[in-house]
Write a protein that binds this ligand. Sequence first.
Ligand code: ADP
Ligand code: ADP
Ligand code: MG
Length: 648
Amino acid sequence: MFSKLLIANRGEIAVRVMRTAKRLGVSTVAVYSDADANAAHVAAADEAVRIGPAPAAESYLNIAAIIAAARQTGVQAIHPGYGFLSEKAEFAESCAAAGIVFVGPPPSAIRAMGLKDRAKALMAKAGVPVVPGYLGDDQSTEHLKKEAGRVGYPVLIKAVAGGGGKGMRKVESAGEFAVALEGAKREAKSAFGDDRVLIEKYVSRPRHIEVQVFGDSHGDAVYLFERGCSLQRRQQKVIEEAPAPGMSAAMRKQMGEAAVKAAKAVGYASAGTVEFIADASDGLKADRFWFMEMNTRLQVEHPVTEAITGTDLVEWQLRVAAGEKLPKKQSELKIHGHAIEARLYAEDPQKGFLPSIGKLVHLHLPEGEDIRVDSGVREGDEVSIFYDPMIAKIIAHDETREGAAAKLARAMRHTEVAGVQTNAAFLARALSHRAFVAGDIDTAFIERHRADLIPAARNVTSEILARAALFVAEGRARTESHDPWDAQDGFRVSGTAKDIVEFDVEGKKATVELAHAPNGLHASIHGNPVEPAHATAVRMPNGDVAVMHDGETFVLPLYDPFASAEAAGAATDRITTPMPGKIIQVLVKPGERVKPRQPLAVLEAMKMEHTLYAPADALVATVDVSPGEQVSEGAVVVRFAREKSAAA
Ligand code: ADP
Ligand code: ADP
Ligand code: MG
């Protein structure tokens, strides 16, 4: 085994790799960008080396800087994690050239699977079923469109260099093809520097089922069963599980063997995942699954496989990289129970899962028996625009699928985050949804059950208001320089035994009365007693109160009549950018009437395109941005005309 390992990554995966390294007595070296100087993965390592400024292209993707850090610290091996350089053959080669072991497959295997079109062609030749489609070199719009027609709509356009669901568009009919192609190419170009695409038949009732494979340098390979990853938003996984619901032993064996065949066809060693798409319109059928791609790295969702097989895949990776044989034979691998993982993201389900950036003012991750938490952030850290907005992965293991789902839903409800929006409550709802519990999931699950999973608004209940008011009152009581007339925090003594706290709930004043009684403070609203919610409350840096309940975070500003009027006006008379980025398209002109949900502009940020929509019926007064423009957070995109209406 190696004595010293560098981890060329950040966040939860860097921390997770270090955990295993420590257990094996391997000392660890972290690398970090300027944005991560105080990050959790730096603190977790024995040594750390700065590799560049915040943008990934200048730090975590900088091969020369990472190799220099490895040389400087004298490591024998580099673990690339996932994302970043993990699937760059050139990086694996640079490691070899520097005499350092790359903890991953041989460069030739990475290359063979690196482009989706070549990988598919190779798999078809090896006798693995592939999704029907077009893989050719002719990339003209005209030809691609003709091929799409031949394949038959609906089709999926995919970037050949794609990953993370980027550069992908589903097309329903010929009329939509050209626009979709343009979008896919643009996204592919900016995310991967390669705008070539392939066309695939869009499989109906698609279920994403992937097989964990493992090879060693002695020519052996095994499969560690499958994972079901069909719960996705933006073609990206949010809930994953092992085993996949509805699999028969026969189909498991067939898929597993197909995956091993795929791995062996490219001389694979280390951890890899062979992804299949299955048509589940008639249940899972052995002749209705097709190869999609192979990810030549450790996968984000590997913990569910570890849970059900009782293995540590990072340990396997390190052993195999050190030249050892696979720790287990196929016949020694067994499935124990069921595991489900949820990815906790800083994002806003109500706003189309738009990433939410900011400081983690409060962070409490769930804990408990059979709950594993893989996280790379701590309270006080920033979720920035530079990297993936994943906060943590929460994994539950149980004897049964229902048990694991119930445990994980509970864990998500006990997750508390203030400072950014998260998908915790959304995940809790998805995990307890009857269709999920029944195993009735395909990749359209979220769309189909949108109304159940994403309520139109976060309703601030009386119980939440009462909790917030008591928090303010308690804070007041704790403050030493007690000045009951200080209206700054909205808490006022209005009589001898009754106080009030006023909050701003969407521009309207919400008043909570608090009465002193011998056994404490009692809240009431409009004269009706209210039992406060069992929830954690914190004070935000700007003075707002955040109440965290069942995975949801309610941010309540204290009522200030002047600020509220201004904010209410500002909110309705313009659209601003939610984060820094680049304006890709402007879709409206001054003088134009727009309808609610009408797209106004497209912003590219964090390597994704986000559409900005009209909030209501309105008349566009000015358009303040133009295509190609770099914008900061809060930049005005469109101003609406102030119109005389009944309400005004
Ligand atoms: P998988 O295919 O392994 O399930 P995804 O494709 O959803 O996972 O995620 C891989 C993506 O994760 C990468 O493309 C990258 O955008 C992102 N990523 C890379 N490094 C990190 C990291 N350290 N923490 C969180 N996300 C990362
Ligand atoms: P990426 O490299 O971005 O992970 P994949 O090829 O693995 O791209 O596809 C990502 C997701 O898109 C899949 O998990 C699945 O939900 C969906 N998808 C991919 N191919 C198809 C298809 N042919 N039909 C239906 N859905 C598909
Ligand atoms: Mg994939």
